[in-house]
Design a protein around this ligand. Structure first.
Ligand code: SF4
Length: 197
């Protein structure tokens, strides 16, 4: 079984394939555009470990600032859902409760966003972030639409056909990594929850 990092690289390859097929200048994703980096979202136990590794590798001052932003977002979560707290286990909430929370905090900036619009943990970002920005043709698993919130301003980008990806094979392997991460004590949590672990 590949390591979780190499499994995630298959998503990066998928995105690069879509970018190449689209041609130069069609996909507007770039550093400093943080349009899709808002809102509270859940990440898998394996992703939570990856994110925690990313924070551990940052210079101390950056890690402190990032954790501070994450703690501020988690206080907002707590205010909306009294009683929900560390370890910020999303599975401890009913699905509709978490869905309502994501709607209430849809405009909250991701705490990993830096002042210049970059991602402080780009090399260690979770799978969800790597799937954003293109539509995916997942074969029997269906189609995942591109949720870029500014794509209407880029008609050629918005009109791109979904890019094929074997999502079922990816998820099968990801599930094994999640089982192992769960056994090590990791949880399904939010990006902010993983940043403070
Ligand atoms: S982890 Fe990075 S790529 Fe993902 S939403 Fe946050 S800032 Fe954006």
């Amino acid at each position: 079984m590949p390591t979780y990092r190499s499994l995630l690289e298959s998503l990066d390859v998928w995105f690069a394939r879509g970018r190449d097929a689209a041609g130069p200048g069609v996909i507007p994703c770039r550093r400093a555009c943080s349009a899709c980096c808002h809102g509270v979202f859940d990440i898998s136990p394996a992703d939570a470990e990856l994110v925690a590794e990313g924070v551990a590798g940052l210079p101390e001052a950056e890690a402190v600032a990032l954790r501070s932003r994450a703690e501020a977002q988690l206080r907002l979560c707590s205010a909306q859902r009294p009683g929900w707290g560390p370890p910020w286990d999303v599975d401890a909430l009913a699905e509709e409760t978490f869905d309502a929370l994501t709607e209430q905090l849809a405009d909250a900036a991701c705490p990993a966003l830096t002042a210049d619009g970059g991602c402080a943990i780009y090399a260690d970002r979770p799978a969800t972030c790597r799937m954003t920005g293109l539509s995916m043709d997942a074969g029997h698993a269906g189609r995942l639409d591109n949720h870029c919130p500014i794509q209407d301003g880029f008609p050629r980008y918005a009109a791109l056909a979904p890019v094929p990806f074997d999502l079922m094979a990816f998820e099968e392997q990801a599930a094994r990594h999640d089982e192992a991460a769960l056994a090590r004590g990791s949880r399904t949590t939010t990006l902010a929850g993983a940043l403070v672990q």
